[in-house]
Ligand binder design. Structure first.
Ligand SMILES: NC(=O)c1ccc[n+]([C@@H]2O[C@H](COP(=O)([O-])OP(=O)(O)OC[C@H]3O[C@@H](n4cnc5c(N)ncnc54)[C@H](O)[C@@H]3O)[C@@H](O)[C@H]2O)c1
Length: 253
């Protein structure tokens, strides 16, 4: 029970990665705040938590868009009012604001560029603003941001790579500013078996699978194990780090 009686707040908890993190943290004794923009995905995720064979702590689930400042702020206030504190924040929401994932820089529209930066940074910023003051006052907190190995650069992902590099940079700045009682780290997943991988064309998926040393797609649980570690006391002396969960893929130049 590595998170016994801790309160963990997970954004994007209706997606496979967010749900795997929520489930892993619940199994380790955490109470949960779960949020997603999709009510149906969130309901299904909550049902999975409620069906955990070992039982679970309290769950506060709210449909919200975390990239809308008022919705994020209201949810943070409700979480703090309900539980008295939030110990762990995992910022999972992110992605690419386009159905076609890979586009050369010169073909990326203004709307895609702005949308990709928004989805990768705004929720993380608003939830951190909403929850970090209480963590600092409590002299305890673990913030885990989900970046991507693409932060190092990936063809066709100028917007995604640059915005994930910003997540890495923000992680390091916040680690400095929130030390010594609140740690801030990020996870850089490689290709993970989620809706994003499903939406990719099979050739691209196979290429990414073959580019990593372990020759498989990552599973949401692979990321969840890393998030649990960074979110619990075993990682007390780790802050400002990027943990790659990628099977050994390293894109960039
Ligand atoms: N899937 C991969 O291969 C992969 C690789 C590297 C990094 N990542 C990162 O991992 C994270 C999760 O990705 P995923 O593929 O599991 O995504 P996903 O789309 O499967 O899940 C993300 C969840 O976030 C929710 N969401 C989207 N916008 C939201 C908003 N504004 N407010 C609240 N909820 C919102 C979605 O409804 C969805 O349930 C993202 O940050 C992504 O960039 C994914």
């Amino acid at each position: 029970m590595r998170l016994k009686d801790k309160v963990a707040f997970i954004s994007g908890a209706g997606g496979p990665m967010g749900l795997a993190i929520a489930r892993r943290m619940a199994e380790e004794g955490a109470h949960l705040v779960m949020t997603d923009i999709s009510g149906s995905r969130l309901d299904a995720a909550v049902a999975e938590i409620e069906a955990l064979p070992g039982g679970h702590g309290k769950v506060l689930a709210r449909r919200a868009s975390v990239i809308v400042q008022t919705e994020a702020a209201n949810l943070c206030a409700e979480a703090l009012q309900t539980f008295g504190r939030v110990d762990v924040l995992v910022n999972v929401v992110g992605g690419i604001a386009d159905k076609v994932f890979y586009r050369p820089f010169l073909e990326i529209s203004e709307a895609r560029w702005a949308g990709t930066f928004d989805v990768n940074l705004s929720g993380t910023r608003y939830l951190t603003r909403g929850l970090a003051p209480a963590m600092l006052a409590n002299r305890y907190g673990r913030i885990v941001n989900i970046a991507s190995v693409d932060f190092a650069g990936e063809w066709g992902h100028a917007d995604y790579s640059a915005s994930k590099a910003a997540v890495v940079s923000l992680t390091k700045v916040l680690a400095m500013e929130f030390a010594p009682h609140v740690t801030v780290n990020c996870i850089a997943p490689g290709i993970i078996n989620t809706r994003a991988a499903d939406a990719m064309d099979p050739e691209k998926r196979a290429e990414l699978k073959n580019r990593n040393l372990l020759k498989r797609l990552g599973e949401p649980i692979d990321v969840a194990h890393a998030a649990l570690f960074l979110g619990c006391d075993e990682a007390a002396f780790i802050t400002g780090e990027v943990m790659s969960v990628s099977g050994g893929i390293w894109p960039g130049l």
